[in-house]
Design a protein around this ligand. Structure first.
Ligand code: SAM
Ligand code: SF4
Length: 345
């Protein structure tokens, strides 16, 4: 074993050039999805060829290598992770790490298939999940997702509650679409005891005829508006991500604001993402990447090759994203060509 790998094992920690400890891995298990959210992808989306997508064995191998060098939390995402056939196998494979060297295994889902999998997720050690839901109005849900039924998601959320999974709702704030139902949304989350995080639309991937600027809603403005009716108290809670949290007085829920455009919180970033093809993206909003599939599929490569390359690629994590909307010129800066559904949100 060479010196570098020895050092990795001893330290068991990944630190990037900006002294950020990288402890969180998001793994996209498929780029496919059973919805077509207008801010995420075009109506006619082309998907990866199956051969390009990592097998569960390959995904397990890369996850366990990351765990070995200090990753403590893994989020399974996509595309829609629950549409990948046999997906529970991957949770089952990762489960033994939870009683050993992994603190949390979790999931981000659109919720349409949750009714089938909620209790199995709990069995495999998942305790908290994020469900993405942008509206409680069935017609708007169809408008946003193009092909989805709100009822499926609500049934899935009920199943998650029944299975004792703690649910956090992620809601993309969309001007002229869901901005007039924000109070309804907050009240629904309070009633159900769901934490709620609002997200600003990010310029990632082509979305056909849709225009992101038309529906961009600044969360600074949204928060100001919410504080006119709710008593918000900023709290120091952090997941090391871009969200900042407040407590709503009189309730138990946390309200999060992910504001990559209004504010840049990259200095506390603790995460990297691996897409469904095994390419690691060191930053959601930059094009730096490293292809682990090449190593995983090379019959001559060793476990140490994986460990060394993880360390090297963390050394290339950029300081921050460069997304910016210029409304005066109707211009989007720092646009990233790949879709969020490939990289994993
Ligand atoms: N399909 C799953 C879901 O929707 O939860 C997981 C993948 S999805 C890409 C993860 C998250 O990214 C969702 O909360 C979604 O709303 C968000 N998202 C997708 N495209 C986005 C964009 N361009 N800007 C901001 N958030 C986006
Ligand atoms: Fe699918 Fe999630 Fe993208 Fe919506 S946001 S199209 S559910 S991947």
């Amino acid at each position: 074993m060479n010196k570098l790998v020895n050092k990795l094992h001893k330290n068991n920690t990944l630190v990037d050039p900006f002294n950020r400890h990288i402890t969180y891995l998001r793994l996209s298990v498929t780029d496919r999805c059973d919805l077509r959210c207008t801010y995420c992808m075009p109506e006619k989306m082309s998907f990866l060829n199956k051969k390009e997508v990592l097998t569960f064995e390959e995904m397990y191998k890369i996850c366990s290598s990351f765990i070995k060098v200090g990753i403590k939390k893994i989020r399974i995402t996509g595309g829609e992770p629950l549409v990948r056939k046999g997906i529970m196998n991957l949770f089952e494979m990762l489960n033994p790490h939870l009683s050993n060297d992994l603190d949390e295994l979790t999931l981000t889902t659109n919720g349409t298939q949750l009714y089938k999998y909620a209790s199995q997720l709990f069995t495999h050690g998942v305790r908290r999940i994020n469900v993405s839901l942008d509206t409680l109005d069935p017609k708007k849900f169809k408008l946003i997702t193009r092909i989805g039924n709100l009822e499926d998601v609500l049934t899935g959320i009920e199943a998650a509650k029944d299975a004792n999974l703690k649910v956090k709702i992620n809601c993309v704030a969309l001007k002229n679409i869901n901005e007039n139902e924000i109070d309804k949304f907050i009240n629904w989350c309070i009633k159900n005891n769901f934490d709620l995080t609002f997200i600003e639309t990010m310029p990632m991937g082509d979305i056909g005829n849709e225009n992101r600027l038309n529906h961009f809603l600044s969360l600074d403005d949204l928060k100001k508006d919410i504080t006119q009716r709710y008593n918000l108290e900023d709290i120091s809670f952090s997941t090391g991500g871009p969200a900042r949290y407040s407590k709503i007085s009189g309730s138990d829920i946390k309200l999060g604001f992910i504001t990559p455009l209004s504010h840049n919180f990259c200095s506390s970033c603790n995460r990297v993402r691996i897409d469904a093809t095994g390419v690691m993206h060191q930053c959601l909003g930059q094009s730096n990447s490293f292809d682990f599939r090449k190593i995983l599929r090379d019959p001559l490569s060793t476990k140490n090759d994986l460990l060394e390359n993880i360390k090297n690629s963390i050394n290339q994590k950029p300081e921050k994203h460069s997304f910016a909307y210029d409304f005066s010129k109707e211009n989007i800066k720092g646009q990233i060509n790949r879709h969020m559904s490939l990289t994993g949100g």
